[in-house]
Design a protein around this ligand. Structure first.
Ligand SMILES: *Cc1c(COP(=O)(O)O)cnc(C)c1O
Length: 404
């Protein structure tokens, strides 16, 4: 039912910028220009026979907004077209997409290989919750394909990664890890939240599934929580759609509409996020109170060359270590006036957070150490403000550390 239908009123294969603005829209009898929001929980049938046909899936159409809503479907079609997928299913959050995928594909006794340094809630989901269902998890270094190969067992059914990672922006070689997954007959799932399809298309690189937190760059203005799963495999789609339909973590039509509007400006915004992040990373690198900067656009970043090949830009996340520990990191954060101290990322507004005590505060110390999330680490999600203003706001706290 959610087969991607990119309908754009053009005969030619449209470019990504065109898809981002137009894909998925079917103008209704009212001839509206902007996509309408269908705030209705259910839909009305012509007669009893049509109701029966729709319920038995003999006919396609809208039944109930837990699993069929036109605004949500427009978002699914647009995102699916941008990722180069054949199927897209939207979810209530990014975590709902990840949890749904595991629930519909894995069973007790199965094994998953995941990247160390995954988003904190994803690690907790695998480590704390799915272990209760006897789904074994091995964490490996995201940037070492051989470590992935070595971790694969007979029971491995899924490899799960983010690239770039949060917060250190390590880069995974999607194609190399897709080959390992293929040999093991396991699925490669890529969380494409940090790059978005504007910068990276994992399905083209061999991934089986892309998951998204639409909450971040797809919205782009920090308004709504949502997520999605995109694939080319009809079996994965059917299993996932069946679970979503039955378990019900569905995306609201209003949130879907906000994300649709966000997609229209995605490539423009991602370009500016990358430009600003590059400026900030270079500036931080020259500051005497900064110990180390993590940004794939910097020549000394271990993933620099790979990111250059695999991505169309280096992304909008910059992390750095200040000289000192938690006290010094907190003092730099607290000295900002422009930046927002918040855990969200991918917003037009630049945000700043101390990962060790917030986003990654609920994983174990051991996991934090392995992922390099030290007490002196600060993560910046670089927004769309003037880049000099962002640097200037961080200079206040950093300069004070030098003066101490
Ligand atoms: C935020 C985030 C998620 C979770 O998404 P929610 O929409 O908050 O549920 C998953 N992966 C990454 C990389 C994220 O940044």
């Amino acid at each position: 039912m959610s087969k991607v239908d990119a309908f754009t009123s053009t005969e030619d294969a449209p470019g990504a910028e065109t898809l981002a603005v137009r894909a998925g829209q079917h103008r209704g009898p009212e001839r509206e220009h902007s996509e309408p929001i269908y705030t209705t929980s259910s839909f009305v049938f012509e007669n009893a026979a049509q109701a029966a046909a729709l319920f038995q899936e003999q006919e396609e159409g809208n039944v109930y907004s837990r699993f069929t809503n036109p605004t949500v479907r427009t978002f699914e079609n647009r995102l699916g077209a941008l990722e180069g997928g054949d199927f897209c299913v939207a979810t209530a959050s990014g975590m709902a997409a990840i949890a749904g995928l595991v629930l519909c594909r894995l069973k007790p006794g199965d094994h998953v290989v995941v990247a160390r340094g995954l988003f904190g809630a994803t690690l907790s989901l695998f480590g704390k919750f799915f272990e209760r269902y006897q789904i074994g998890v091995t964490q490996v270094a995201v940037s070492e394909p051989e470590a992935w190969r070595a971790a694969v067992r007979d029971s491995t059914r899924m490899l799960f990664l983010e690239t770039p990672t949060n917060p250190l922006c390590e880069i995974a070689d999607i194609r190399a890890i897709a080959d390992i997954a293929g040999e093991a007959e396991a699925l490669l799932v890529v969380d494409n939240c940090f790059c978005t399809p504007a910068l990276q298309r994992p399905l083209d690189l061999g991934a089986d599934v892309v998951v998204h937190s639409a909450t971040k760059y797809l919205d782009g203005q920090g308004r709504c929580v949502g997520g999605a799963m995109v694939t080319r495999d009809p079996d994965i789609h059917d299993a996932f759609f069946g679970l979503m339909r039955t378990a019900g973590p569905s995306l609201s039509p209003f949130n879907a509409w906000v994300f649709l509007k966000g997609l229209e400006t995605l490539s423009l915004r991602m370009g500016r996020h990358c430009d600003n992040a590059g400026i900030l990373a270079g500036w931080l690198q020259g500051h005497p109170a900064v110990e180390r900067v993590f940004y794939p656009g910097l020549g000394d970043h271990p993933g620099h060359a790979l990111a250059g090949r695999q991505q169309d830009g280096y992304g909008g996340i910059v992390s750095f270590r200040v000289r000192g520990g938690r006290r010094e990191a907190w003092s730099v954060i607290d000295a900002t006036r422009l930046l927002s101290i918040t855990g969200n990322l991918g917003d037009a507004k630049t945000t700043v957070i101390h990962p060790a005590t917030t986003t990654h505060g609920r994983i174990t110390q051991e996991e934090r150490d392995a992922a390099g999330i030290s007490e002196n680490l600060i993560r910046i999600s670089v927004g769309l403000e003037n880049a000099e203003d962002i640097c200037h706001d961080l200079a206040r706290g950093l300069d004070a550390l030098v003066a101490e």
